[in-house]
Design a protein around this ligand. Structure first.
Ligand SMILES: [Zn+2]
Length: 147
């Protein structure tokens, strides 16, 4: 059974083969290795940094995920617990503080998820990855890497 794109992204797998791990450490809370990636997918050889500064744009992805988290937790809180914008109603503050705390706690997971989403946007799954060599756009530009 091969993974689909969602489980492969959620488990931080290489988008090309959906087998190899993108990150060196399995533990996102291993703080010196949060975003440390394998240079190449250990299974199919897909470079994880396709060009220099490839992951600079992931800030937008993690921002989007954070906003999505706040919106969905706000809706869930309003439905399950209820809140008003009344000054005497502290429930909105509880929501705010708990959401901020959770977002801080899951930050390492979000950082990894953002990178996994990012690379999956540029590298597509190749079900013949075992037999087919890397296509040009899947290869890192070696000349750029020297700079
Ligand atoms: Zn791979």
């Amino acid at each position: 059974m091969s993974r689909n794109i969602f489980s492969s992204v959620l488990t931080n797998k290489c988008p090309r083969c959906r087998e190899g791990k993108l990150f060196v450490s399995n533990n996102a809370y291993d703080f010196s290795n949060i975003t440390k990636m394998n240079d190449k997918c250990p299974v199919c050889g897909q470079p994880t940094e396709i060009e220099v500064g490839f992951y600079v744009g992931t800030g937008y992805v993690s921002y989007g995920l954070t906003v999505a988290y706040f919106v969905s937790s706000f809706v869930a809180w309003k439905v399950l617990i209820g809140m008003t914008f009344d000054l005497d109603d502290n429930r909105i503050l509880y929501w705010l503080f708990s959401s901020i705390a959770i977002v801080i706690l899951i930050q390492p997971l979000l950082m990894r998820l953002s990178r996994a989403i990012w690379i999956a946007m540029f590298v597509s799954y190749n079900k013949n990855w075992k037999n087919e060599p890397l296509a040009y756009n899947e290869r890192m530009d070696e000349k750029m890497k020297e700079h």
